[in-house]
Ligand binder design. Structure first.
Ligand SMILES: [Fe+2]
Length: 881
């Protein structure tokens, strides 16, 4: 549907539709062109533009009565030669940028039909520039020139069009409205076949373009402030400013408008201006200009002055000047409506301001910048990098030009390495969509073809792991001047500390610090850090269960980096490699951490995790970073021979949960799988024996190894939803971690093995593999079954059977927790479990409702009848439901 513009006649609509039709047809043909095709067309167009530069400049001056023919010819040459130099080797068709190491390809696609408005100030140069960009990017353009530039722009479009078509461009690639009204523009701006409006013109045209609802490239007005600082090269600065401000009689919107000059150099600078042909206006002359060249009502320029010579302006307003006067300089005392000459003046009238300090100078430059020039251009002349830096910070401009002319500098490619352009984006400050020098890339839709990449994975473990009976003897290899043993009261009483002490080299000074509580607490940890400092330790031996080892990890962190903020370091993260908060790397102390576990479950001796209670605010802080991993782990079963049966069962199932969860984690890798699978095999074989026969040395030793091996797996692959549920449930009802895991385990296996409602994004995996991984585990355990379903069912049954063997309660109800209490706790349980980071590596992303279902399954218990094992004939689709 064409847009509705009621005042347009049918005839006029037919004319406009004809233009669009031609452009659309050309654009359609153009899509088939190759890079070589367009490059072959662009070059002769550039040559034609260069050949006709003077002709078109002359036409523009004659028609607009603005500017200087010689300067306009230079603009036409910049618009062709400089732009060509920038675009000639650029790929703008098909794959334009390739990043093989990132699996990314950028593919250029033309926009189709562009509707382009061009200004009165740079009419032909803007047309030449846009035509070259359009051919290079395979777009067709309908031009709507400023009404005072029909002829010169029409000629420029004709020359470009004829040359382009002659060298192979599709017919109708450029067309130009022969005359227009606002309604014509509105019709075309809203036309469905126009893909982009490129509006270079006055604020009205730009606003109309942005208001059309179409994608638009519109550029804003300028009001370029210049800071001429006392360290600048004054001769260079004055010549640059005069060159720039008088170029094409000041019509370029990036040209200098107000020069703020340091007090110390003000008089010298004005004399240099005068010596080079500027007329310094006195107070009356300045006042006269302010009243005549700027509209006092609107603050806008009077047309009689725009693009005129300084001498002509002076004559018109009645200021006597020398015949060779290039520039009128008007001293001003402020910025804003009371000082009209502080606004944009696209003619050779330049305001100057005397600043008493850098601060004042910057403030005035900011004021000028805000008085109609936000986002456009600003200039600073200085040899002081600090001043240049400050200026760049405080000024809102897409282009900050340093020690060079504003207008000729902003074009790019002449005084600096900016992209050559005739369209200066002013960013949001100027109400534009970009701050760029508009260029070919703005005429393209750039598609990103992103191939799947495989993130680098890791496998990090302590430097040394000693295992098997009497592995503690290896302590004698560890040279230390001052060692502290962190342990618990019970272990000291058992004589474990004495065993450790016996194996330390004789010259080592040994201290012992006993943690009073079962769980490490901030206060206790900080007392430990005091002891580390007191004894200037270089080795910390953590002898105990997971809590003691965790406490020692945090003591080491605070001893080495006292500034470490535990609260901050506990900030949540999704990917450890991209985390927001980083652990300290600067250390004032260094200590080796040796972990000797006295339970077979948490595996804290090899993990990068530490949990700390903060009783003052009643919560736990979990720290995770590979810098927390102990340096040495000693996995000696002599320290677990006396573990009570209940603890053996609970910690053993915690270990199994670690291995099962790491095995199906989205971060699982062949490296972690080898550990997870072996740990599962060891647990199923040796945990029942260690439970039934606590003094069986082999079983104890293998379970101790299993806990460490499973921890190596989950240190690198993380855990899953089982731990999220167990953390929430265990904390709420005071149930030991391993036991809480056990209650969830069979249900979570069945849950993860079924078709997920929501998949967890897992770039490391090809497809959903959790059920197949469980089947592999079942195979490893020799559980039988033909299909994946049967094998998973057998794994669930074998897990149930193991839990039975360990006499672990098989339901939450069996713990004596009433249904009412559980129901009441459920909203909190579900919320806390969902907030737990553990499940983020789970293969199946849990919905809160699914967490609730899992909790209730655990409440009611057993997912399969006791002793149920799938035979070859049985199918076990039931558990997938
Ligand atoms: Fe655990």
């Amino acid at each position: 549907m064409p847009p509705r513009v009621p005042s347009l006649s049918e005839e006029r609509i037919a004319y406009l539709e004809g233009l669009v039709h031609r452009a659309r047809s050309a654009a359609a043909v153009f899509t088939q062109y190759t890079q070589e095709d367009v490059d072959r067309i662009v070059k002769p167009m550039v040559v034609a533009g260069l050949e006709q530069a003077q002709y078109l400049a002359r036409l523009a001056v004659e028609e607009t009565k603005l500017g200087v023919m010689e300067d306009k010819a230079i603009k036409n040459m910049v618009a062709t030669e400089f732009v060509y130099n920038y675009v000639k080797d650029k790929r703008t068709v098909g794959a334009i940028h390739e990043f093989p190491e990132r699996g990314l390809v950028e593919v250029a696609e033309p926009i189709g039909v562009l509707f382009s408005l061009t200004p009165i100030t740079n009419p032909t140069s803007t047309v030449l520039f846009k035509c070259i960009m359009a051919i290079k990017t395979r777009n067709a353009v309908i031009f709507s020139p400023h009404p005072s530039t029909w002829h010169c722009c029409g000629e420029a479009v004709r020359i470009m069009s004829e040359t382009a078509v002659k060298h192979g461009a599709p017919e109708g690639v450029f067309t130009c409205l022969e005359s227009h009204t606002m309604d014509d523009n509105a019709y075309l701006m809203h036309h469905k076949d126009v893909g982009l409006i490129d509006a270079t013109g006055g604020p009205g045209a730009v606003k109309a373009a942005y208001s059309s609802g179409k994608p638009a490239l519109g550029v804003g007005p300028g009001n370029t402030p210049v800071y001429l600082e006392k360290t600048a090269d004054l001769n260079m600065a004055v010549v640059d400013i005069i060159t720039s401000k008088t170029f094409d009689n000041g019509t370029i919107c990036a040209s200098e408008q107000t020069v703020v000059i340091d007090d110390e150099i003000y008089d010298v600078v004005l004399k240099k201006f005068a010596d080079l042909g500027a007329h310094i206006c006195n107070e009356q002359e300045t006042e006269l200009l302010a009243r005549t060249v700027i509209d006092p009502e609107t603050g806008c320029m009077q047309p009689m002055a725009v693009g005129q010579k300084a001498t002509d302006i002076a004559r018109q307003v009645g200021i006597p000047v020398k015949a060779n006067t290039k520039l009128l300089i008007t001293p001003i005392q402020g910025v804003g409506p009371e000082h009209p000459l502080s606004f944009e003046k696209l003619f050779p009238v330049l305001s100057v301001y005397r600043a008493k300090s850098v601060e004042e100078a910057l403030r005035v430059c900011v004021d000028v910048n805000h008085a109609g020039g936000l986002g456009h251009t600003a200039v600073v002349f200085s040899r002081n990098d600090e001043v240049i830096g400050k200026f760049s910070e405080v000024i809102n401009a897409g282009r900050i030009i340093v020690n060079s002319p504003g207008s000729v500098g902003a074009f790019g490619g002449i005084y600096n390495d900016m992209v050559p352009t005739f369209s200066f984006g002013c960013g949001t400050g100027g109400g534009n969509s970009t701050t760029d020098n508009v260029n070919v890339y703005h005429y393209l839709n750039i598609k990103r073809v992103a191939r799947r990449t495989q993130a680098h994975m890791w496998f990090r473990v302590p430097n040394q792991i000693y295992f098997n009976l009497n592995a503690v003897e290896n302590l004698r290899r560890l040279v230390s001047r001052s060692t502290i043993i962190i342990t618990s009261q019970a272990l000291e009483q058992f004589g474990h500390v004495d065993i450790v002490r016996r194996h330390l080299p004789k010259e080592t000074l040994v201290h012992v610090s006993v943690i009073p509580d079962a769980e490490p607490e901030v206060k206790v940890v900080m007392q430990g850090v005091e002891a580390l400092n007191l004894y200037h330790v270089d080795q910390i031996i953590a002898l105990g269960g997971g809590s003691v080892i965790d406490a020692a990890k945090i003591m080491k962190l605070k001893y080495e980096s006292p500034e470490a903020d535990l609260e901050e370091l506990a900030a949540p993260f999704m990917d450890i490699r991209k985390r927001v908060v980083e652990y300290p790397t600067e250390k004032i102390n260094h200590a080796r951490l040796v972990a000797i576990p006295t339970t077979s479950g948490t595996g804290s001796e090899v993990t990068p995790f530490a949990v700390l209670s903060d009783k003052t605010c009643g919560r736990k802080v979990t720290l995770a970073d590979y810098s927390l991993t102990p340096d040495v782990a000693i996995v000696d079963p002599q320290f677990v021979m006396s573990m009570p049966k209940g603890l053996t069962a609970d910690t053993g199932i915690d270990c199994l949960s670690h291995a099962l969860e790491a095995g199906v984690s989205i971060y699982a890798s062949p490296y972690t799988d080898s550990n997870a699978m072996q740990a599962i095999r060891l647990v199923f074989k040796y945990l029942p024996i260690a439970y039934q026969h606590p003094h069986d040395e082999e079983a104890r030793s293998m379970m101790h190894n299993a806990a460490c091996i499973a921890a190596i797996a989950f240190s690198n692959a993380a855990v899953g939803v089982n731990h999220a549920l167990a953390h929430a449930f265990g904390a709420r009802f005071g149930v030991a971690h391993g036991r809480a895991n056990a209650l969830m385990l069979p249900h979570v296996i069945a849950y993860n093995a079924s078709v997920p409602t929501k998949f967890t994004p897992s770039p490391n995996q090809r497809g959903y593999v959790a059920h197949k991984k469980y089947a592999t585990m079942a195979d490893l355990l020799g559980l039988g079954g033909q299909t994946v379903e049967e094998k998973v069912k057998n794994l669930v049954a074998a897990t149930e059977q193991l839990l039975d063997q360990l006499a672990i309660p098989r339901s939450i109800a069996d713990l004596g927790i009433s249904k009412d209490d559980f129901e009441q706790a459920m909203p909190d349980l579900a919320k806390i479990a969902f907030d737990d980071p553990s499940w983020r590596s789970n293969p199946r992303m849990p919905l809160v409702s699914e967490l609730v279902d899992l909790f209730w399954s655990a409440y009611h218990g057993r997912s399969l009848p006791k002793g149920a094992v799938a035979s070859k004939q049985q199918t076990a689709r039931g558990i997938y439901a």
